[in-house]
Design a protein around this ligand. Structure first.
Ligand SMILES: [Zn+2]
Length: 237
């Protein structure tokens, strides 16, 4: 994996969007900014709450009440000291703004915590042909997976609609800060791998359980009848 630390010129031309600036978004955006990704857009419509501070390291007590996307962009400009052009978009992702926020990106990171937005992100990225790095945390575990449209399974191939994925909102269960740190860091690794052309990481589901301190990795097959990606052609990863 020496390529990950050497090919900075490739990264400097890359454009990435992180959707959701909670616990996962803080970790993964920090990794991308510090690595020197050329352009980074942070999308979140929410504002900082006091209860966020224990697991969202880009925010401080004096940021409570301010827009997460704007505060996080400012914090990263200060802490990362990189050449990354960082912008914050205080918006809720929907069908109307998806093309502008995601369409011309080299990679998009799903750091959201609600199933509807995850499925929308999956649909929009498959349609636009943009690689997506999924991440989700619940209780003491989490998953991450890099999705390359046309080459790997998508989110809809991987999780049945009625699976626990549909319940992984932190509002319902609460999450542990260390779990989000681990999963967000893996998302950063997957995103940087894709940007550097190391696409073999894609199509594998990385599942982490904190209590067992164990990763499980499984290759997920494409579903030829998938309602989201089943109709698009096949290309090499
Ligand atoms: Zn699919």
């Amino acid at each position: 994996l020496s390529v990950l630390s050497t090919d900075s010129s490739h990264l400097a031309r890359a454009r990435a969007t992180v959707v959701g600036m909670g616990a996962l978004g803080c970790r993964v955006s920090s990794a991308l900014a510090r690595a020197g990704v050329g352009e980074l857009t942070l999308v979140d419509f929410d504002r900082v709450e006091l209860s966020n501070l224990q697991r969202q390291p880009l925010y401080r007590p004096d940021c409570v009440g301010l827009p997460k996307a704007i505060v996080a962009a400012e914090a990263l400009r200060k802490e990362a000291a990189s050449t990354t052009a960082i912008s914050g978009a205080e918006e809720r992702l929907d069908g109307a703004n998806a093309k502008r926020l995601l369409g011309d990106r080299d990679v998009v990171i799903d750091a959201t915590d609600d199933p509807a937005t995850k499925l929308l992100l999956n649909h929009e990225c498959i349609r636009a042909g943009v690689p997506l790095v999924h991440g989700g945390v619940v209780r003491t575990g989490g998953v991450a997976m890099a999705i390359v449209p046309g080459a790997t399974a998508c989110l809809a191939c991987t999780f049945a609609p009625e699976s626990t994925f549909a319940d992984d909102g932190c509002a319902a269960f609460g999450i542990l800060a260390p779990v989000a740190g681990v999963v967000g860091s893996i998302q950063g690794f997957l995103a940087l791998s894709l940007l550097l052309g190391a696409r073999r990481v894609a199509g594998r589901l990385y599942a982490y359980e904190l209590r067992a301190t164990r990763w499980r990795t499984m290759r997920v097959p494409r579903d030829p009848n998938c309602t989201v990606c089943g109709t698009i052609g096949t290309c090499a990863a």
